[in-house]
Design a protein around this ligand. Structure first.
Ligand SMILES: Nc1ncnc2c1ncn2[C@@H]1O[C@H](COP(=O)(O)OP(=O)(O)OP(=O)(O)O)[C@@H](O)[C@H]1O
Length: 257
């Protein structure tokens, strides 16, 4: 279970404003890559383009050398891509159908993308909720009956129930309290190591990203400022913007009692 995602010179404009201006990087098989940068730097736009929710104005995304835009032009291709690449979105409201218990929203990908029958789907749901550390009984509640943190973990469970090759997380843990955040980050790291799944984590939370990832892509104003191995880049940032970003976190940490 491996896949390589390549972004080649992605540009995205909304009207006359360029949100992303020529972004290139690769998420290798089994790699955990973080995109960091301040609010508005274009991180979420890149994530949406990778998962096919937005189309780039120019440039392309490839999965194992195949262009995602052409895969997404047929229903068969969409299903194939969704099986390989799953998103955990920043806002989980569109992840679940408010009219049905959460189980239904987890069964759908398990059945349609995973090709499982109802019994197998429920078994996969039981396994993934157990792995992620959330009580399996909660899947029989309606989305509104879960806390924000429980719903966020259910969204991760939904993305992983089909065991995708690549998990794209857009601020997937930012809304969680610190202790739950730690548990979910540990789970994601273990999951990626055990299954060889790649993780692309988009976040402005530098400490959480530093813990989860091996490689960083630093973005500012729609462009890539610096890329490199996470530890080396944080220890010795080469770019002035990265130095500023890392320095800002050090300042915050120094305020801690
Ligand atoms: N649908 C849209 N229409 C117009 N402008 C948009 C749209 N989506 C994003 N933008 C703009 O593109 C820029 C990049 O937004 P994006 O959400 O990618 O940033 P981000 O780095 O993920 O920010 P945050 O950390 O706050 O989520 C911003 O200036 C934003 O206002």
């Amino acid at each position: 279970m491996t896949a390589r995602i390549t972004c080649e010179d992605i540009v995205k404009s909304y009207g006359r404003k360029a949100a992303v201006r020529g972004v290139s990087f690769t998420v290798g098989p089994g790699a955990r890559v973080g995109i960091v940068g301040e609010s508005g730097s274009g991180k979420s736009t890149v994530a949406k383009i990778i998962v096919g929710l937005e189309k780039p104005s120019s440039g392309r995304v490839l999965i194992d050398g195949r262009e995602v835009a052409s895969l997404m032009s047929t229903r068969k291709g969409v299903l194939e891509y969704r099986r390989a690449v799953q998103l955990v979105a920043q806002d989980t409201t569109s992840t679940f159908d408010a009219r049905h218990p959460v189980r239904q929203s987890l069964r759908t990908p398990a059945q349609i993308l995973g090709g499982l029958d109802v019994r197998q789907a429920d078994e996969a749901i039981e396994n993934i909720t157990h792995e992620i550390g959330i009580s399996p009984e909660l899947v029989d509640r309606f989305p509104a009956e879960l806390s924000g943190g429980q719903r966020q973990r259910m969204a991760i469970a939904r993305a992983l129930v089909i065991r995708p090759d690549v998990l794209v997380c857009d601020e997937a843990v930012s809304a969680l309290d610190v202790s739950v955040q730690g548990a979910v980050l540990n789970f994601l790291k273990r999951y990626s190591q055990q299954h060889g799944a790649s993780v692309l984590s988009v976040s402005h939370g530098l400490p959480a990203t530093a813990f989860l990832t091996d490689e960083l892509v630093v973005m500012n104003a729609g462009t890539v400022m610096e890329t490199g191995p996470t530890r080396a880049l944080l220890a010795d940032p080469q770019n002035a913007y990265t130095r500023m970003l890392v320095g800002a976190y050090r300042d915050i940490e120094s305020l801690a009692p």
